[in-house]
Design a protein around this ligand. Structure first.
Ligand SMILES: Nc1nc2c(ncn2[C@@H]2O[C@H](COP(=O)(O)OP(=O)(O)OP(=O)(O)O)[C@@H](O)[C@H]2O)c(=O)[nH]1
Length: 290
């Protein structure tokens, strides 16, 4: 068993097996397959799209091909081909931005990279506090300001500091909700523009954080963010606590963006690089048993 599948897909597997049972099978009827995929929270339209291309009795190999096809999106490797490498973390409040930044900082640090955090969600005092706590726990520097101050200035200072100190990776938090969409868009655009002033190549990645337990409402919100300032890829959080692992397919299909990592718990080490083969194998194992 793979670590991620064990941790992240356990509940999804149980949900699938309430429909199909746990015994080993060579083929499965389309009807049962439809029910199992819907139970795992794949979106109805996507399930129909997948089933359309399959025969009445579906073998594991045929289904594998169709499920992998959903992840036919740009590659999900992050190459760190520049220094500092600046990652802007965007998404709605509560999706898990702060925790995910801590996880990324922990991961990159343990790979030997130096990391700096930027607390550019100045809209909420709690967000600055929470990120500061993580910086202390993880022993990484953080650039912050007072609640209500200019978030673009925080981004600028974070990137400038990373440049001056030769830091490898800058992770910048952003607000998930302002008074309205126009405010949010203006603020995010300003952060991007000012980041470029601090370093012309920044931000290298705009990463959208999506709560994997929230279904279509989270996907619709993510689409809004993607439209507001664009995104290079996503991180899906909270896959450990949910039977809705199939939402990963829907997110990849709807947003047409690579999935870099998935969150499988609340601790800094609970972040796994997303591997589509491994993920699809996990789903297939749940359906076909074995
Ligand atoms: N089980 C689980 N919980 C997670 C995961 N990622 C984040 N959480 C929890 O989700 C909650 C929200 O996470 P935050 O990191 O505070 O979310 P945020 O998007 O920064 O939200 P705000 O700080 O409200 O803007 C916290 O209780 C986290 O511990 C995950 O992968 N698995």
């Amino acid at each position: 068993m793979f670590g991620f599948i064990k941790k992240g897909l356990q509940k999804t597997k149980e949900a699938i097996q309430t429909v199909v049972g746990s015994e080993k099978k060579e083929k499965i009827s389309k009807e049962l397959l439809e029910e199992a995929l819907l139970e795992a929270d794949l979106d109805y339209d996507l399930v129909e799209k997948i089933l359309d291309r399959l025969p009445e009795e579906v073998s594991k190999d045929k289904l594998k091909k169709e499920l992998l096809w959903v992840f036919d999106v740009p590659p999900n490797d992050i190459k760190f081909d520049d220094k500092p490498y600046v990652m802007l973390i965007i998404g709605v409040n509560g999706a898990g931005k702060t925790t995910t930044i801590a996880k990324l900082a922990h991961k990159y640090k343990s790979e030997g990279k130096s990391v700096i955090l930027g607390a550019a969600d100045t809209f909420r005092a709690a967000a600055i506090e929470q990120l500061s706590k993580w910086a202390e726990i993880l022993d990484v520097p953080i650039i912050k300001t007072k609640h209500g101050h200019d978030p673009a200035a925080v981004a600028y200072d974070t990137i400038s500091s990373a440049k001056a100190k030769g830091i490898d990776v800058a992770l910048i938090d952003t607000a998930g909700r302002l008074h309205n969409k126009v405010n949010l868009q203006n603020e995010l655009k300003k952060i991007v523009n000012v980041s470029k002033k601090a370093y012309e190549n920044a931000p290298h990645k705009k990463i959208l954080i999506i709560d994997g337990t929230q279904g279509s409402s989270a996907i619709n919100q993510a689409k809004v963010f993607k439209e507001l300032i664009g995104a290079d890829g996503v991180i899906i959080t909270k896959l450990d606590g949910t039977a809705k692992g199939g939402s990963v397919f829907t997110i990849a299909n709807d947003l047409a963006l690579p999935i870099y990592y998935v969150g499988v718990g609340e601790k800094p080490e609970d972040l796994v690089k997303f591997d589509k083969e491994e993920f699809v194998e996990g789903i297939l194992e749940s359906i076909y048993g074995g």
